[in-house]
Ligand binder design. Structure first.
Ligand code: G3P
Ligand code: MG
Length: 246
C-alpha cells in the first residue's frame, strides 16, 4: 500500500510548500499529493484553496493575482507564528524538484469550484518539459478535467475524487470513464464499495488517513494507497506490518 503525502508532509509543515514536499520525501513517502490552481497571468501554482486567505498572508482569489504578486505572500502563515517565509510554489518549480529526485506525484487539478481555462494543457506542458509522464497520476473532483487529461495523455492514470457521499457503483463508474483509480473521502467509504471497485479492477487511494484504525482497515482491505498528512507514521506502520512486527 502506497503512502501518499497529502499536500506534502502537511501534518507538520506548511501545506503545499517546497518545505512540506522535501520533508515528505525525507519521511519516506511513495508519492506526493498536491493541488494546482492558476494565477491571473496563467501560471500554474501549487495551493489548495481558490482564495489566499486561509494559508497565506494575502487575501482574495488566486486568479486575481499575477504570479509575481503571489510570490511575495507567505504560504507558511499557519506555522511558526508566521515567522518563517515559504512562498507559494509554481507547478514548474515543483516539477523541476520532483524530476531531480525521482518523486512520484498525484496532481490534483482544482477545477471543482472554478474551471480555469486550459489548466490541463498548462499542467501537461510542464510534465512534458520535465519528462514526468511516467511519474505522475491525476485526480480531480471535476471529472471533465480527468477526461481532458486522458485526451492529452491516453495512458495517464487518473483517480476519480469524491466527497464522503461517494458513488454507489464507483468501480463501474471509474472503469466506464477509463479511470484506473477511485479517490474517496474515507469517511464515506464502505467495505461494499471497496469490494465492488476491486471486482472491477479499480484501485483505491483514500483520503485523508490520519487515524490508525483507518490505516489498518485499508491495509487489510488491500487498498492501493493512503493519502495522509502524516507520511512518517504511515510509512513506519506499514514497514513494521510487512516485516510482521505488528
Ligand atoms: O486528493 C485527496 C484530497 O486532497 C482531496 O481533497 O480538499 O484535500 O484537496 P482536498
Ligand atoms: Mg488535494
Amino acid at each position: 500500500m502506497k503512502v501518499i503525502a497529502h499536500r506534502g508532509y502537511s501534518g507538520k509543515y506548511p501545506e503545499n510548500t517546497m518545505l512540506a514536499f522535501q520533508k515528505a520525501a525525507e519521511a519516506g513517502c511513495d508519492e506526493i499529493e498536491l493541488d494546482v490552481q492558476v494565477t491571473k497571468d496563467g501560471v500554474a501554482v501549487v495551493i489548495h484553496d481558490e482564495t489566499l486567505d486561509r494559508t497565506t498572508d494575502g487575501s482574495g482569489a488566486v486568479r486575481d493575482y499575477t504570479f509575481e504578486e503571489l510570490r511575495k505572500l507567505n504560504a507558511a502563515k499557519l506555522f511558526y507564528g508566521g515567522t518563517v517565509f515559504e512562498p507559494v510554489p509554481s507547478f514548474n518549480e515543483y516539477c523541476r524538484w520532483a524530476a531531480g529526485c525521482g518523486m512520484s506525484t498525484n496532481i490534483e487539478i482544482k477545477t471543482g469550484i472554478y474551471y480555469y481555462r486550459d489548466i490541463e494543457e498548462k499542467i501537461a506542458e510542464i510534465i512534458r518539459k520535465y519528462h514526468l509522464e511516467e511519474k505522475v497520476m491525476f485526480s480531480s473532483f471535476n471529472h471533465i478535467s480527468l477526461a481532458k487529461i486522458k485526451q492529452i495523455f491516453p495512458q495517464a492514470k487518473c483517480g476519480v475524487l469524491v466527497d464522503d457521499k461517494g458513488i454507489g457503483n464507483a468501480g463501474y463508474y471509474c472503469k466506464s470513464g477509463g479511470f484506473a483509480y477511485y479517490h474517496p473521502d474515507v469517511k464515506g467509504l464502505t467495505d461494499e464499495t471497496i469490494e465492488e471497485c476491486h471486482r472491477e479492477g479499480i484501485g483505491i487511494n483514500a483520503w485523508t488517513i490520519n487515524d490508525m484504525g483507518d490505516l489498518e482497515r485499508l491495509y487489510e482491505k488491500k487498498c492501493a494507497g493512503v493519502i495522509t498528512n502524516y507520511p512518517e507514521v504511515c510509512r513506519a506502520w506499514i514497514d513494521c506490518r510487512e516485516r510482521k512486527m505488528l
